[in-house]
Write a protein that binds this ligand. Structure first.
Ligand SMILES: Nc1ncnc2c1ncn2[C@@H]1O[C@H](COP(=O)(O)OP(=O)(O)OP(=O)(O)O)[C@@H](O)[C@H]1O
Ligand SMILES: [Mg+2]
Length: 370
């Protein structure tokens, strides 16, 4: 049975139609990440699940029971807000214990539960401090502790790590994932950060303007996006999109990019487009599917490019060059390239390249799973 079932959900703020028909079924124990651009309705959806906003249309059920008209406190939900919302005049212990006391947990049980949550989050040495005496990362842990200390049916997180620096965010991300593995609870996590979505989720629900664009396991969305929007949202640096025209010659189907450059397309994945010669497409090429040229192989396109920008990250180096008229990013080995202005022979793994119909934004040929 699904722990949370949402059917035909709509939400308006005045005339502003913010949630536009969401259908979502979340199985018990799953870690679901709602991801999407700022303003697409993630927080509104989460707040509606929590009961902090009313659904204008549609139904919400938790564990098989319709909760549309149930007040938040009866929904058996624990929520972590983006802005922590800790009580400044309460010590960490009492902040964490607050929800337990509000729910009339016997006072004798409270220290043990608080201690367990604090141990999990490595904040047991802070229980005697006030929030103002804590760092951002410590505050964040207390806010998470306050939610997980309770035995709730559903745990909701609204961008809980957005105020932390990059390193702390990486650490906390790991801790949240461990916490989920330990507790085995149903969790819904909102973020606009695609890396966070990829690393945490059992399932990603990618939202766009109040609707679900695509949902599925992280690698499923990454490797088999249904739309250009999904393909470009996931992955960093983003997928390159190169306008091209489908052509066929004696060797089979190819993508013509400008006058001088034509890339042969693997028959297996593009064969169904054989009848579409002359169609304008965009080739979607991920930066990591290009590399320095090795010996020629099937389904590898060889190109020669003039490097315009070199960005080392330590382990890998991102380079920019023109493919047709489009500035394109490739992810190479750290020492593959030394300075801009170099001419470099690269290859593209054509088995991973996708094709988009620019008119509809739909992916018309997807990459192979390797
Ligand atoms: N209380 C409100 N009254 C009116 N409009 C609102 C209210 N809350 C949100 N909105 C609007 O609804 C839309 C969706 O907002 P929401 O907060 O759900 O976005 P979000 O996806 O969480 O974005 P972010 O990533 O920036 O947090 C936005 O256009 C926002 O301006
Ligand atoms: Mg939000």
């Amino acid at each position: 049975m699904s722990d949370l079932l949402i059917q035909g959900l709509h939400k308006y703020y005045g005339n502003n139609h913010v949630v536009k028909g969401i259908d979502l079924s979340i199985p018990a124990g799953e870690f679901t990440v709602l991801v999407g651009q700022s303003g697409c309705g993630k927080s509104t959806l989460l707040r509606t699940i929590a009961g902090l906003e009313f659904a204008d249309q549609g139904s919400l059920s938790i564990a098989g029971q319709r909760v549309n008209d149930m007040p938040p406190k009866d929904r058996d939900i624990a929520m972590v807000f983006q802005n922590y919302a800790l009580y400044p005049y309460m010590k960490v212990f009492d902040n964490i214990a607050f929800g337990l006391r509000a729910r009339k947990t016997p006072e004798a049980d409270i220290p043990g539960k608080v201690q367990r949550a604090a141990d999990m989050l490595a904040i047991s040495h802070l229980l005697d401090r006030y929030p103002r005496q804590l760092s951002g990362g410590q505050l964040q842990r207390v806010a998470i502790g306050r939610a997980v200390v309770r035995d709730a049916r559903l745990y909701l997180f609204d961008e809980p790590l957005s105020n932390l620096d990059a390193q702390l965010r990486d650490e906390m991300r790991g801790e949240i994932k461990r916490l989920h593995q330990e507790l085995g609870k149903t969790m819904i996590y909102v973020t606009h950060d695609q890396i966070e979505a990829m690393t945490l989720a059992d399932r990603i629900v990618l939202m766009r303007e109040g609707q679900i664009e695509q949902q599925g396991a992280p690698l499923e969305l990454f490797e088999h996006p249904r739309t250009r929007y999904v393909a470009s949202f996931l992955g960093s640096p983003s997928m390159n999109f190169i306008p091209a025209v489908l052509q066929s010659d004696s060797h089979g189907l190819c993508a013509q990019i400008g006058a001088g450059l034509s890339l042969k397309l693997p028959q297996g994945r593009f064969g169904h487009l054989q009848t579409k010669t002359g169609m304008a497409i965009e080739l979607g090429i991920r930066p990591e599917h290009m590399r320095r040229q090795a010996s020629p192989r099937d389904d590898v396109a060889q190109i020669s490019v003039d490097i315009e920008l070199v960005q080392p990250t330590g382990s890998r180096t991102f380079v920019e060059f023109k493919l047709g008229a489009i500035t394109t990013v490739a992810e190479l080995q750290a020492h593959d390239v030394h300075r801009s202005g170099e001419r470099l022979a690269l290859e593209i793994d054509m088995n991973r390249v996708i094709a988009v119909d620019p008119a509809s934004g739909l992916v018309v040929a997807n990459g192979a799973t390797v």
